[in-house]
Design a protein around this ligand. Structure first.
Ligand SMILES: *Cc1c(COP(=O)(O)O)cnc(C)c1O
Length: 365
């Protein structure tokens, strides 16, 4: 039999979360973001989960093409645009939209020699409003826009930016309102739809009133039931879409002074039972998760003890007397919020979802 570990993907919960995103951004069209293989959920599953989205957005050109092959006929957006001339040709051939975020990429679009009957390229011109990763500076934006507009093979141009601190609206260094102000200044007078908010922006939209409203929104993590910060996923009305679960494959009875695992990091004060779970860092569980990271065993919340190893981790069974070999263990998902595990391990839910390893069986349920 296969190892007992599996990731169960909850397609119905993906649909629920998409509906939440729509409800938070009334009137906006929604890009379902499914980069990184649908945040680790699988591209095809994410496509089904977000079938009701107005478009799908991602980073990987090969997966954009794959979505067309899988039968997705609505818009597709490459959030970083094309990486070379072949990508630009592919985008034109398959009607895939792309970001244009720097001078070199703009030159690539200008140099594109597309067949006369090719579909016009619909592009997202990106403004750098303080994130300082991708985008034209506000004062360069109108000139870049004019160059794109002059090209016969360019269709619609959407105006786009990305927020650094949408989860903390009063950020001392770069408040979201300052980014919105820079965007509005750089985009003043330019025609075209506007695309602003990711999950954090969408979930804080009400706080910010109309300032964040735009024609398109780009939710990612909230569609997968993760919180971008501020409140818990449950408080935001989101449902988990991935449950990583396994089983106990051994139970050890240990006494005072006995240690567990590599480095003997955990030492028992007195008699206790330790459960050994078939899940390790080679499954994508974070090796740096410290003692006391929450784990659900047989429906009861308990804690990680000792170091996470490649194929196993160990848990305290003191408050789960009924646990035995074969008992179900939930590492994250339904019953154990992924954000709590991530916080304990010093990371974010995004990283945990994306890191589920290829050897973990994936099923739906
Ligand atoms: C990943 C990404 C998103 C989605 O972000 P979340 O925080 O997951 O909602 C939105 N826009 C861009 C440009 C992205 O790269």
């Amino acid at each position: 039999m296969p190892r007992p570990i599996a990731a169960t993907i909850h397609i119905e919960s993906m649909k629920h979360n998409l509906a939440r995103a729509r409800a938070c951004a009334p009137g906006a069209k929604v890009w379902g973001v499914l980069k990184a293989n649908g945040y680790g959920h699988g591209l095809e599953r994410a496509m089904r989960g977000f079938a009701a989205a107005d478009g799908l957005a991602l980073i990987e050109p090969d997966n954009a093409l794959r979505l067309r092959e899988l039968g997705w006929t609505k818009p597709i957006l490459l959030l970083e645009g094309g990486f070379d001339a072949a990508d630009v040709a592919m985008m034109a051939e398959h009607g895939i939209n792309g970001a244009v975020h720097c001078e070199e990429q703009l030159a690539l679009i200008e140099a594109a020699r597309l067949p006369a009957n090719a579909r016009p390229l619909n592009l997202h011109l990106k403004m750098n409003t303080g994130m300082n990763r991708l985008g034209f500076k506000p004062e360069q934006f109108a000139a870049a826009h004019a160059r794109l507009r002059a090209l016969p093979h360019v269709g619609e141009i959407t105006l786009m930016t990305h927020f650094a601190n949408a989860d903390e609206t009063a950020h001392p260094r770069l408040p979201i309102r300052e980014q919105i102000r820079r965007f509005n200044a750089g985009a003043a007078g330019l025609p075209g739809p506007v695309s602003l908010a990711n999950s954090a922006g969408i979930l804080h939209m009400q706080e910010l009133g109309g300032e964040l409203a735009s024609d398109w929104v780009r939710p990612g993590i909230m569609l997968y039931g993760g919180s971008p910060g501020g409140k818990s996923a449950e408080e935001f009305g989101l449902l988990p879409t991935m449950t990583l679960a396994s089983e106990l494959i051994s139970v050890q009875e240990i006494g005072a002074g006995d240690c567990v695992g590599y480095g003997s990091r955990f030492q028992a004060d007195g008699p206790m039972r330790i459960g050994v779970v078939a899940c390790g860092y080679a499954d994508g569980y974070p090796r740096h998760a410290p003692q006391d990271t929450p784990v659900l065993v047989d429906g009861v919340r308990t804690r990680l003890v000792g170091r996470v190893s490649m194929d196993m981790l160990t848990v305290d069974l003191s408050n789960v007397p009924q646990a035995r070999v074969g008992s179900k263990v939930v590492l994250w998902g339904v019953g154990m919020p992924i954000d709590e595990v991530a916080t304990a391990a010093g990371t974010i839910g995004y990283e945990l979802m994306c890191a589920v390893a290829p050897r973990v069986r994936v099923q739906e349920g």
